[in-house]
Design a protein around this ligand. Structure first.
Ligand SMILES: Nc1ncnc2c1ncn2[C@@H]1O[C@H](COP(=O)(O)OP(=O)(O)OP(=O)(O)O)[C@@H](O)[C@H]1O
Ligand SMILES: [Mg+2]
Length: 248
């Protein structure tokens, strides 16, 4: 199963949300960092201590001569016991169009032993990552609840539909609200964007810093509001992805 997560202008939080949700995934999972503006996890979650040979760029080279399982075995890194395994993203802006996203995503989607949560960064039609989104079982638009964020998301939602060939109401494209009620509620945002509502993640600075900046988890991390919310979202996504792909 392949899940793509994107954001719109004005809505930070897609990397944090993807990592938090993957950390609570009920099955084996891999985080693919596919942000066309370059990866965050080496410097963020990894605190700058990521093995230089672990990452997407080397995996793409490996795939010319070996299979997906072997490429992932060599290039995926799990930076800490509380973190999911990650295929770290590209180093430079502008490299994304050179990646064969469709083949990569299709191969990941076919893996039977593990699911993939892809952090696709900010959505832009011409960024080169759209082919990956097209083969996702579910695409999640991550949005804040302020006016700027909601406006930007409501403009992106129809573009996302167009690019994915989705009809209005297609549950393959769904909304995740980070920090609801500041001031708009999640149902209001979903209605404004014309998308189904997957759910919400609370604002939780302390836990978010673990994912975005590599801060060591504090006591009670597993029971923190963000981690509990991420667990609920992971469960819903597995259900939605299974229904969407027709898998058992
Ligand atoms: N649920 C949350 N509660 C509190 N802070 C959050 C939450 N999610 C993200 N943040 C914070 O917002 C900031 C941006 O988060 P993150 O790096 O995940 O955003 P992004 O959309 O991936 O950004 P970029 O466009 O740079 O890739 C970070 O400081 C992070 O800790
Ligand atoms: Mg990011």
């Amino acid at each position: 199963m392949l899940i793509g997560m994107v954001s719109a202008k004005g809505s930070p939080g897609v990397t944090t949300s993807a990592l938090a949700v993957a950390s609570r995934w009920p099955r084996r999972v891999l985080v693919l960092e596919a942000d066309p503006f370059g990866g965050d996890v080496r410097a963020g979650l990894g605190g700058g201590e990521w093995p230089s040979s672990a990452g997407l760029a080397d995996a793409v080279v490996d795939l010319r001569s070996t299979g997906m399982d072997e490429a992932l075995r060599r290039r995926v890194h799990r930076p800490a016991s509380h973190a999911p395994p990650v295929l770290a993203g590209l180093g430079c802006v502008g490299q994304a169009p050179s990646v064969a996203w469709t083949q990569l995503a299709t191969a990941l989607g076919r893996m039977t032993g593990a699911d993939t949560v892809a952090d696709c960064g900010r959505f832009a039609v011409l960024d080169g990552v759209t082919p990956l989104l097209r083969v996702c079982d579910v695409v999640v638009l991550v949005v804040g609840s302020g006016l700027r964020a909601v406006r930007a998301a409501s403009r992106v939602a129809p573009l996302l539909h167009d690019e994915l060939g989705a009809e209005p109401g297609d549950v393959r494209v769904t909304l995740l609200v980070v920090g609801p009620d500041e001031p708009y509620s999640s149902p209001e945002i979903a209605a404004g964007c014309g998308l189904s509502l997957l759910g919400e993640l609370p604002r939780d600075r302390r836990t978010a810093d673990v994912w975005s900046d590599g801060t060591p988890p504090a006591r009670g991390f597993d029971r923190s509001p963000l981690q509990r919310g991420a667990g609920r979202i992971a469960t819903k996504l597995v259900r939605a992805g299974t229904a969407g792909s027709g898998a058992a």
